[in-house]
Design a protein around this ligand. Structure first.
Ligand code: FAD
Length: 482
């Protein structure tokens, strides 16, 4: 196509899209699009023909059908809090950025059944608030809860800090409605306990990062709100002790153990520098910290607290930690969680770094951290390895901080890239995953092609080809080219 013909085709497409969606549903004003064209980490900036924000599933379906007829690629976007550049378009400017944020209604909430049907643009924090009003809870949370949407959480199969007890998004989704690449609507919202009519299509869509369909709504499970919560900040000598403490808490507290996060002193220090009003929970600093949460339903706080205190006293006797503070009230518990949830933002402010969201078998994690950090630091002099996060799930965020004086933007493309490849080699050698919970997006698609199992990659490509033969849904993300 000549440039003139391309411009005419784009204009025709935009006119038709504007007619479908109306003035609130479509813009190509650069100022309105600008905030959504860069990813949360600021690593990628793309361009788009337009920003579409449909108001309902019918409008999404009409827009996707129009895109299919014109061969226009679509990048779905929720809260743009993703960590792998999955919601950022490429720099060709030929595609539509499809925001689901206007679709944020609850369609139905059945408190007795513990189920809510909500639209894809519902923000996680709002879902928590809506559930709490009915004395219920949605059992998944994460640091980006003020922006992350249900659609984004489903598309990335998000994890967070309660996976230890409740599982990832895969365990929370009971049904899905999605618009497929040709504009047809898959209605799988019915939450059936038993349904053996073939493939589990909702599970295929969960974690597909917008490459197989646009999630427009979901049926999610809700649990009774807890009646007791005890939050503990413990200071420890090392990561080996942290794993031993985790096991001791699992044995002593059973199902009540809901979260077990590890925070090295380096991360605590960066958060304290980043949040001027924050305070360290313990009088002295420790090489490692564990943030532990116990939650129970049907018991009172005092009983849970007594049980937790007894379990902690025994663990202290066994030398598993050095000091601990039990949150005196909800405000203090929240302040402990703010320290944990602010690590990503605090580390981002420190300067150039390569971030890796990795998992290895839980029992191997301490050994892995103890081997991988010195290996990376010696192979890439001046760098610093930092691991924090979901020890209970065998998943840590493994950051490699650039040497002092490294030039932002340059280091990531040179030594940073090589350090990342080395981290992923190590993870693969240890039988782990190069993406535990953030997904592949555009950041890791090359590494997935390099290290992924060829049979698994061939299956992924075959599914993609079957559902999106013209590769219009989030092209260049997740599924490596053959
Ligand atoms: P976006 O960033 O907008 O999109 C993410 C991906 O999903 C993209 O590929 C996009 O194309 C696709 N997508 C979005 N909406 C749809 C839809 N409706 N249909 C189809 N595809 C869609 N993640 C964790 O798993 N665990 C954590 O502990 C965690 N902590 C975080 C802490 C902070 C401070 C921040 C900022 C983020 C954190 N995240 C974490 C990452 C992020 O919040 C999750 O990946 C979240 O699921 C992204 O949701 P979103 O709505 O922002 O999606």
């Amino acid at each position: 196509m000549t440039p003139t013909a391309e411009r005419t085709a784009a204009k025709t497409f935009l006119d038709e899209a504007a007619e479908l969606l109306g003035p609130r549903g479509l813009t190509n004003d650069p100022d309105l699009m600008e905030p959504w064209l860069t990813d949360w980490r600021g690593r990628y900036t793309g361009r788009a023909l337009a920003l579409a924000a449909p108001a309902c599933t019918r409008e999404v379906a009409a827009l996707v059908g129009l895109c299919a007829r014109h061969g226009v690629p679509i990048v779905p976007q929720g809260g743009n809090s993703g960590m792998v550049g999955g919601a950022t378009p490429d720099d060709t400017g030929t595609g539509v950025l499809l925001s689901l944020r206007r679709m944020d209604r609850v369609r139905e909430l059945d408190a007795g059944a513990g189920q809510v049907v909500c639209e894809a643009g519902m923000i996680l924090q709002s879902l928590h608030d809506i559930a709490a009003e009915k004395s219920l809870r949605f059992p998944l949370t994460l640091g980006g809860k003020g922006s992350a949407t249900v659609g984004g959480l489903i598309a990335t199969n998000a994890g967070g800090t309660q996976v230890l007890r409740h599982g990832t998004m895969r365990a929370q989704v009971l049904g899905i409605e999605a618009v497929l690449a040709d504009g047809s609507v898959y209605d799988g919202l019915a939450a059936l306990k038993k349904d053996n009519r073939g493939f589990d299509l909702k599970q295929l869509l969960i974690g597909s990062e917008g490459t197989l369909g646009i999630v427009t709504a979901a049926t999610l499970r809700l649990l009774p709100a807890p009646t007791a919560r005890v939050t503990v900040w413990a200071g420890l000598a090392g990561i080996v002790e942290a794993r031993a403490l985790l096991r001791a808490m699992e044995r002593a507290m059973g199902d009540a153990l809901e979260g077990f996060e590890v925070v090295p002193d380096h991360c605590l220090a960066s958060v304290l520098a980043h949040l001027p009003d924050a305070r360290a929970p313990l009088a002295e600093r420790h090489a490692w910290n564990a943030l532990i949460e116990f939650v129970a339903t049907g018991t009172d706080e005092e009983r849970l607290r007594e049980k937790a205190e007894a379990a902690l006293a025994k663990a202290m006797e066994d030398g598993l930690f050095d000091d601990a503070a039990i949150a005196a009230n909800e405000t203090q518990a929240e302040s402990f969680w703010t320290l944990r949830d602010s690590i990503s933002a605090a580390e981002r402010a420190l300067g150039p770094a390569m971030q890796h969201d990795i998992s290895v078998p839980v029992r191997k994690m301490p050994e892995f951290i103890l081997a991988a950090i010195p290996a990376i630091e010696s192979e890439f002099p001046g760098t610093r390895g930092v691991a924090f996060g979901h020890l209970g799930d065998g998943n840590v965020h493994f950051h490699v901080l650039a040497p002092d004086g490294a030039v932002p933007g340059e280091w990531e493309e040179s030594d940073g890239k090589r350090a990342s490849a080395r981290v992923y080699d190590l993870v693969t050698e240890w039988g782990g995953s190069i993406s535990a919970e953030h997904g592949i997006g555009q950041v890791k698609v090359g590494e997935l092609a390099r290290l992924g199992d060829p049979v698994a990659l061939a299956m992924m490509r075959a599914v993609k080809q079957a559902l999106d033969p013209h590769s219009l849904l989030n092209p260049g993300k997740l599924v490596p080219a053959a």
